[in-house]
Structures are given as C-alpha cells and as structure tokens.
Design a protein around this ligand. Sequence first.
Ligand code: BYC
Length: 318
Amino acid sequence: MEKLHDLQEIFQARIDADEKIEPKDWMPDAYRKTLIRQIAQHAHSEIVGMLPEGNWISRAPSLRRKVALLAKVQDEAGHGLYLYSAAETLGVDRETLIDELHTGKAKYSSIFNYPTLSWADIGAIGWLVDGAAIMNQVMLTRTSYGPYARAMVRICKEESFHQRQGYEILLTLCRGSEAQKAMAQDALNRWWWPSLMMFGPSDKDSQHTEQSMRWRIKRKTNDEIRQQFVDATVPQAEFLGITIPDPDLQWNESRGHYDFGPINWDEFWQVVNGNGPCNRERIRARVKAHEEGAWVREAALAYAEKRKARNAAATKVA
Ligand code: BYC
C-alpha cells in the first residue's frame, strides 16, 4: 500500500515538473482510463466528423473547392488514425475502441450530430468547428501524456488550414449576392450554439475537469476555452458582416471579455445521449463502412501472416 502511495507521489511530482509521461512509465489506473476515454472520444470525433462534410464532396461548387474539401476530409481520417494509435499505447486495442463507438458505449463530439444542409455549412464547419477544435487542441499539445501531445502538434497544423478554408468559403459567400450572404447567415445561426457546446459542460457541471487539470491532461477548463473561442470569433463574424445569433453578446470592459447568453444544456445532453438530429444516421454510416471494409482488413492481415511465414522460413534457411 505504502509502495503504491510512493509511486503516486513520484508520478504527481513528475507531472508538476512538466515532464511528459511515456507509455512504459508507471501511471495510476485512473490516469490511464481517463486518457483512453478522452483520446478515444477524440479519435471517434475525427472519424465521425468526416461524415457531415463527406456529404458535400460530390456537390462542391468548383474543382478547387472539391480538392480542398477532399484533402480536409482525408486529413481527418489521418487524425483519427494517429489518435487511435496514441490510445493503443495505453494498452487498449483498436477493435475494442471501434466496437465501443458502434455500440454507443463511447462518446464522440456532439457537433457531428447536426446536419449539413447547404454549402455554407461547409464554411461554417471549417470556421467554427475547426476553430473550436484548434482552441482545445493547442492546449492539448502541452498535455502530460507524450504520445497524445505529439499527435496534437501535427493535427493542429492541419486544423489551421481547415479553419482558413472554411473562413474563405464564408468570406466568398458574404462578398457575393444577397442570397449567398443569407446562406452564410443561416449557417452561422444554426452552427453557433452547437459550436459553443463542443467545449463540454460548464465547469461547475464538468465531472472530469478538476482531476484532469491536476494531471495536466487538460491545461484549461471547458469554460476558459469556450470564452477564448468567443473572444476570437466575434471580430471574425464582424469582418464577414454577419450576426452572431445571441442578443446577450456584448463586450464587457471590466472583464476584458465578451459576455454571452445562456447555453441550452438540455439540448447538449439530448445530443450527447444519442437523441440529436443525426445520431442514429451517423452510427449507421460508420457500422456500414466498417462492415464493407472487412475484406480489406482480412486481406491486409492475410498478407501480414504470409510475410511473417516467409520471413520465418528465410531465417531458418539462413
Ligand atoms: N460531445 O467532465 P467533462 C474535431 C462528455 S472535433 C460529446 O467536461 P472532459 C474535428 C465527456 O466525454 C473535436 N460528449 O469531460 C473538427 C464526459 O462523458 P464521459 C474533438 C461530450 O473529458 C472538424 C461528460 O460529457 N475534440 O476534432 O473533461 C472536423 C462530462 O464532460 C462533450 C476532442 O474530443 C461533447 N462536446 O472534457 C472533424 C478534444 N463534451 O466520458 C473533427 C479532446 C463533454 O464521462 N477532448 N462530453 O462519459 C476533450 O478535450 C475533452 O474530452 C472535452 C470534455 C473538453 C470534450
């Protein structure tokens, strides 16, 4: 018992000294569990996040837009793969993680349960959703677990390209016809509040924040990053010339931040618990893709087995 206590003290001292924890280092079970939960949720978000945008690849308004959107969606697949690999370093296997997504046991970001109804939504996702993701992920480049922090560095570089491609789509629409500007406004109206929900419940209702801050898995609280996002995004909306759908939004001189209106937490929990507009559709699409990809996994494994057998035979001969 004493020994476990010592290990925990040494572990916390390493965290407090800002050392990175690596896969083979001792770590408390709860730290490992929290990381698997968060990294898996993050990986699933990237993979499910491909669906709302994938919906528009065949309908992009020009070849240039199509190429950029294709590249973005492919990047998201890559982010999912880095993150599943980072989770695997903690001793969980990928099949288990994927099964948990498909059976509804594991969560993924609430934002991807909303539909993409117009081309302007692709702009809004890049600007707001990737913008929100970056705010969170820049903090995570300094997270205490080494493989997660390193995955985040590369992911953040790609996310900033995603954010700019989204903003540029909206800028083009806002400098276009009245109808195009109205499309941009409609997209902002529908994506603003769900984007603020991406940062998770408010600090007073967040189950994990306090412990995750102590372990430096999180470096900022949900409310802190949400505020940072609002402060950065309001001037960008002003530049576009569209209006954030919040009558309570106003600069607060004494706080040095924007005040904003109340978030509909009932809607958030409905969506998180599987009852959002597209939850069932998203999981159905993932399960279908997984089933249809079974032959690829089988072929890849059969090839790996064959190579292993060939290498073993060659070693014997040598
Ligand atoms: N959606 O105690 P809390 C992207 C859950 S998208 C669903 O505050 P924590 C992309 C939470 O899991 C971004 N569930 O938790 C962009 C917990 O439930 P469990 C993906 C949510 O972990 C464009 C419960 O609510 N980014 O990259 O301390 C295209 C209580 O919450 C949400 C990440 O995932 C939500 N919005 O803080 C494609 C970043 N919020 O697990 C892709 C990594 C909370 O106890 N994750 N919950 O059953 C994080 O930073 C943290 O996990 C969160 C939540 C800030 C999200």
